[in-house]
Design a protein around this ligand. Sequence first.
Ligand code: ATP
Length: 301
Amino acid sequence: LTQLFRPLDMLGMVYRTIRQGLIDMAEMFRLIDTQVEVADAPGAPALVVRQPSIVFDNVVFGYDPDRTILHGLSFEVSAGSRVAIVGPSGAGKSTIARLLFRFYDPLSGRILIDGQDIAQVTQASLRAVIGIVPQDSVLFNDTIGYNIAYGREGATAEDVAAAAKGASIADFIARLPQGLDTEVGERGLKLSGGEKQRVAIARTLVKNPPILLFDEATSALDTRTEQDILGTMRAVASHRTTLSIAHRLSTIADSDTILVLDQGRLAEQGSHADLLRRDGLYAEMWARQAAESDSFSEAAE
Ligand code: ATP
């Protein structure tokens, strides 16, 4: 009889592995737009993170050999800090996120997490330490509870409840007649952009990663929802290292450090105040976005 069950066990394991893979793929929906091209080094150890620092050390990268996208990029994100990457469209912001997740390897240079070269550790251990909060989250056509528990294999009902609370969506769920068992998506309740975002935050909290990657979508939430979500994100970000890829500067102005990327090079870095004083690319982007939001509010009046 055990002989009959062993293959079934195997099947279960394979199924769980594939399912976990699908979760990560779904989370990476916006970031990944190509085949995974890297392999684990033979006998690669797992990444062990005590101090979740990130270092890009002279990273050169291009998707095609004849077109370099990142030209020897170096920067450091110290453990526990909040760092944002901004810059014009096409500057290479999402590329940095893809490299950090090791969907590609740099052509030269190294990327280190807590001093370990991410190309030398297993991909599974690398991806386990990074949680992504995309703003245009993909939810599965299933219950809210399932969508949150998805964050980690073996998450308990208590883990899900705690994550929902941490993401400030517990009260909303409690008001639904079927609570966590409410179906979302095509088969059930349609969630607003902000609610979806909170479910995605809860999903990431269940995973409890030491590094968070906030990937801001270009499509805007309304200002109030955005402010609410930002508050939740700040709470979630404390005690973690966070890297935010941002388009709207208002969402990241209070970061510890802002990296300003321009055509694959680090043009400026510093706090919001430093960068305004510098009166360079960031100051120019800030002035432009402020003017746009002024004309937006005038139009709304
Ligand atoms: P945005 O603010 O518009 O999202 P970004 O700063 O995130 O831009 P990236 O997506 O990192 O920019 O793209 C950097 C450059 O790399 C762009 O010129 C883009 O065309 C190119 N690029 C991105 N993905 C690929 C790919 N899969 N194959 C080839 N080139 C790519």
